[in-house]
Design a protein around this ligand. Structure first.
Ligand SMILES: N[C@@H](CCC(=O)N[C@@H](CS)C(=O)NCC(=O)O)C(=O)O
Length: 284
């Protein structure tokens, strides 16, 4: 803990930088900071995103739909550099007033539709194309429950644990303890579910798997926050079995590299406009 004891003032004011990794883009106000037109591709879907876990959910969904032969799911994926504040450009904010990737425009009908929030995008695409979200209400309720579980839980993993373990300017014991405890509890929830079921919501691969894999799957594979040893991820063996199984899917192999600008040459593709962009990258 830092040596000086912090006394919160009566009213919080925005007068000092936090010093954390994202200090330069964090602001207590919403809205655009500058005028900026977004690029426009030729496909019905225009995705503006980045290959963070929340972004990868959506590119996996597109690649899974395309793998089923659904040509109407063709998309252009443009990278948004969140470190440079591109999420605060006027056109981006018009799609997502919350200024976070992923943001999607569906231009397939006369009136374009905007969709933001990764969970909402997954549901929209699943309903539009009739895949990865069962119609039967009981099965659908199970998928929705796990999808909402992910949307509610991941901020504890990312904004809580990841922030304090990997990004904060110092290692503070209190928040790291608090969030490590919560993340391990969440992993245990998943481990118990995946002990009984092949996929998160049962026997079928669904949007719940697509939402959870980029966070908890990648975490147990030791590729998130360099926290594998600290969280003893290998002890969640059912989560690991499921994570490795999903990594073998074509849709996952292809989707995870889109809008990615870090890692090896064969796993990073800044902008995606056609299947061949991905083929060429994977072949490197
Ligand atoms: N609940 C949102 C979270 C999206 C989110 O947090 N996106 C991050 C990257 S993973 C972002 O764009 N951050 C930029 C910022 O906070 O300014 C979702 O699932 O779509």
């Amino acid at each position: 803990m830092s040596e000086e004891k912090y006394e919160p003032p009566k009213v919080w004011t925005w007068d000092k930088a936090s010093g954390g990794k994202f200090a330069n883009i964090n602001r207590p106000i919403s809205g655009a900071t500058h005028d900026k037109e977004l690029p426009l591709g030729e496909h019905p879907f225009q995705l503006h995103s980045l290959a963070t876990p929340n972004g990868v959910k959506v590119t996996i969904m597109f690649e899974e739909l395309l793998a089923l032969g659904i040509k109407e799911a063709e998309y252009d994926a443009f990278i948004v550099n969140i470190q440079e504040g591109e999420q605060f450009g006027s056109d981006f904010v018009a799609i997502n007033p919350n200024s976070k990737i992923p943001a999607l425009m569906d231009r397939s009908s006369e009136k374009p539709v905007r969709i933001f929030e990764s969970g909402a995008i997954l549901i929209y695409l699943a309903e539009k194309f009739g895949h990865f979200l069962p119609e039967n209400s009981e099965a659908r309720a199970e998928v929705m429950s796990w999808l909402m579980w992910q949307m509610g839980s991941a901020p504890f993993l990312g904004g809580g644990f990841g922030h304090f373990y990997a990004y904060a300017p110092e290692k503070f014991e209190y928040p790291i303890n608090r969030y490590a405890m919560e993340v391990k509890r969440q992993l245990d929830v998943l481990d118990k579910q995946l002990e009984k079921h092949e996929f998160i919501a049962g026997d079928e691969y669904t949007i719940a798997d697509m939402a959870i894999w980029p966070w908890y799957g990648v975490l147990v594979q030791g590729k998130l926050y360099e926290a594998a040893e600290f969280l003893d991820v290998e002890s969640y063996k059912h989560v690991l079995r499921w994570a490795n199984q999903l990594s073998e899917r074509e849709g996952v192999k292809r989707g995870r590299i889109v809008n990615r600008v870090w890692g090896e040459d064969n796993e990073k593709l800044a902008n995606r406009h056609s299947a061949s962009d991905i083929d060429e990258t994977l072949a490197k």
